[in-house]
Design a protein around this ligand. Structure first.
Ligand code: LLP
Length: 418
């Protein structure tokens, strides 16, 4: 459930008409609903009941400081994949001790930054990384808490670009070789083994792959116990899907229940961490855009809007379908089937094809489910300044990232020495 609803034929974000935001902030523009964010986080958190757990919101899905601050206030932990994301968590007032650091290619300076900031766990993905962390920890005189991110070789049944738990992907350590890596870690005086991690993919719409992965991970936990290595937590990553169109992902409650069923069978209740991104923020945001031109013809009608693939890359990159609706319902406007496209000079610059819309030039459109992997994946392609982000809270709203100017875009370029 989200807080983007029609009132008197006009689409609102909570108690603010999107038209008001378009008129004051301009378009294109991302709009987030704080109540929706909070609601989604709480639904996931509540699903665990009193089972020991930690929700580490995956910063990569939407890393705006205001979003992070909102979730930090609820007590959320964070999942980061770069030094930049760690900096964001710190600036937003997030707790590094509730933060886990994932990623296949952590640089030495990122590792040092994480250790000095006191992150709760570094999820390591290779022997080389383990050795590098051991060395950095020794040099800094800090104990590094780690988990091994294992690759359980489970098919998540999702788009191939966002499947991570299969053996042929770059992610994690093959689960069969994990014990050896733990033994190596256990010999390092400056390394403390904290847990095990896995993340099999994103936009999963079935619990089956999760339970399969959990079974494999728990078998490893037992194997480690037999080898004298006791884990303090199991991190199951993120990946729970949302409804963009007609997908029927399990509810957060059903997903958590399926996970917990496996854990509750055990003698000790080992704490669980999860790293949800999309399920928290995806449907908490829309991209607001204005129709510049309508171009009618055969075989296609085009609605040319002021947002483009540089603002929202998902349709072009993953052939993703996101709902596009008119912000104002105009019963008198003629309904036609449109391809909604941006001004970027690529045929891939389409935000949605074959959409029935009753609109005129100048109309506002909302591209729904754009809160996750929207603004964070935007770029300056075609020298387009990045869109602003607005956070709505009840009847109020604030610009939480202002629109870039051309000067912002050109700031780091120089003609010196040319
Ligand atoms: N943890 C790890 C280690 C991850 O790699 C990811 C996402 C997550 C958690 C959060 O997954 P989520 O709950 O959001 O599915 N740009 C793509 C999605 C890329 C996901 C990458 N990893 C998209 O727009 O669909």
């Amino acid at each position: 459930m989200d807080h983007f609803n029609y009132r008197h034929q006009r689409l609102y974000a909570e108690d603010v008409a999107l038209e008001t935001i378009a008129n004051t902030v301009g378009t294109p523009c991302y709009v987030y609903s704080r109540a929706t964010l909070e609601r989604h986080w709480r639904v996931v958190d509540d699903a665990f009941g009193d089972y020991p757990h930690r929700i580490c919101y995956s910063v990569k899905a939407n890393s705006n400081l205001a979003v992070l601050r909102t979730l930090a206030k609820l007590g959320s932990g964070f999942d980061i994949v770069s030094g930049g994301e760690l900096e964001r968590v710190l600036r937003a007032g997030g707790d590094p001790q509730q933060t886990v650091f994932s990623g296949v290619g952590k640089t030495e300076s990122e590792i040092r930054f994480a250790l000095e900031s006191g992150v709760s766990c570094i999820n390591i993905e290779s022997k080389g990384e383990l050795d590098r962390i051991g060395r950095c920890a020794a040099e800094l005189g800090i104990t590094a808490r780690i988990a091994v991110r294992v690759n359980p070789d489970v098919d998540p049944v999702t788009h191939p670009y966002i499947a991570t738990g299969l053996q042929e992907t770059k992610f994690g350590v093959p689960i069969a070789g994990a014990v050896e890596l733990y033994q190596r870690a256990s010999q390092h005086p400056q390394i403390e083994i904290s847990g095990v991690a896995c993340h099999i993919g994103s936009q999963l719409t079935d619990v089956g792959p999760y339970t399969e992965a959990v079974d494999r991970v728990l078998a490893l936990v037992d194997q480690l116990q037999d080898a004298g290595i006791l884990l303090q937590h199991v991190d199951l990553g993120g990946g729970l899907g949302i409804r963009y169109r007609d997908e029927q992902p399990p509810s957060p409650a059903a997903y958590v229940e399926a996970l917990l069923a496996r854990f509750k069978q055990r003698d000790t209740h080992i704490p669980i961490s999860i790293e949800p991104g999309r399920v928290i923020v995806g449907n908490a945001g829309i991209l607001l855009t204005r129709v510049e031109y309508l171009k009618h013809g055969k075989p296609k009608n085009f609605a040319i809007v002021d947002a483009a693939m540089n603002d929202l890359l998902r349709p072009a990159l993953y052939q993703a379908w996101q709902e596009i609706v008119a912000v104002e319902i105009e019963p008198d406007a003629p309904t036609r089937t449109y391809d909604v496209v941006g001004p970027v000079c690529e045929t891939a610059d389409s935000l949605g094809s074959n959409r029935e819309l009753a609109i005129r030039a100048g109309a506002l459109l909302a591209i729904r489910s754009a809160g996750a992997y929207g603004a964070v994946m935007s770029s300056n392609y075609n020298t387009r300044p990045r869109a602003p982000e607005v956070l709505v809270n009840g009847a109020r709203y604030s610009v939480v990232r202002r629109r870039e100017t051309i000067d912002d875009v050109l700031r780091n370029e120089t003609l010196e020495g040319v």
